[in-house]
Design a protein around this ligand. Structure first.
Ligand SMILES: [Zn+2]
Length: 264
């Protein structure tokens, strides 16, 4: 029996997958290591595996070859050795190095986490600036941070939405874009710088954080005499997030009853 047949007869694809770090659930499904998978799309059976999202398909030898970047023959040798079928020498040095390399999917997942946390932090910052640095009177000159928030908030929200709800292809596109030309690094550096400047930037930032506490009687939209309605509404929406869907308001708890409508 040649090496391939020996390996295929003696080692099930499930055993190989689990041995090499793929967690297969009781339905035979697993997160695919060959694309940026979030819901298990890899089906693993005794004699083959198949990914319903990226189409990757094969037996235990191909699985090992793809995971470790080995030729099919070296993959079969590795399997035979790892499962104690042969006593032939262990993987050579080149194979060891490849073993230590992270798989493409692992790298993608790590980068996705980094992108998400940076974009989310930036998104929250822009939301805050949108309220905090909004002009209080028509004749006010626009604050740089307000202008920046106006320009970028929608786009950053769109990227965050894609990372939360996009399919693996869309998420990978966002990650690739962020990893190009050091965009992620630049954003992280920028956020660090803003954090360092912190509240020393303007007294308004202090007031904003105090006002976020609902029990606090003082609020930054009230100057002691008048209520700035725009600021009040923006602040209210921050405390009670809601979205308008087909003309009805929804909070996380469900629909907001329209008193005028239900009175009819
Ligand atoms: Zn896949």
């Amino acid at each position: 029996m040649d090496l391939f047949s020996t390996v295929k007869t003696n080692i099930s694809t499930i055993d190989a997958a689990e041995r090499y770090g793929i967690e297969v659930n009781r339905y035979g499904k697993a997160l695919c290591p060959f694309h940026n998978d979030r819901h298990p799309s890899l089906f693993v059976d005794d004699d083959h595996y198949h990914c319903f999202a990226c189409g990757e398909h094969g037996g235990c030898d191909r699985l090992t070859s793809k995971l470790y970047g080995l030729s099919l023959y070296d993959a079969a040798k590795k399997l035979a050795y790892d499962f104690g079928i042969t006593q032939d020498k262990p993987p050579n040095k080149a194979m060891q190095e490849k073993q230590n390399r992270k798989s493409e999917a692992q790298r993608l997942r790590e980068n996705e986490k980094l992108c998400f946390s940076a974009l989310m932090e930036y998104y929250k910052l822009l939301q805050k600036w949108m309220v905090l640095y909004a002009p209080r009177a028509p004749e006010d000159t626009l604050h740089d941070r307000f202008v920046q928030a106006c320009h970028q908030l929608d786009y950053v929200e769109y990227l965050v939405d894609l990372l939360i709800m996009g399919d693996s292809h869309e998420r990978t596109e966002v990650i690739d874009m962020m990893m190009t030309d050091g965009r992620l690094k630049n954003l992280q550096t920028y956020l660090e710088k803003v954090n360092k400047e912190g509240k020393s930037f303007e007294r308004r930032e202090d007031l904003y954080d105090e006002a976020k506490d609902e029990d606090n009687e003082w609020a930054f939209w009230f100057d002691g005499k008048n209520i700035n309605e725009v600021l009040f509404c923006q602040h209210f929406l921050q405390l009670h997030p809601m979205k308008c869907v087909r003309g009805r308001l929804f909070t996380v708890d469900g629909i907001v009853e329209d008193e005028a409508r239900s009175a009819k």
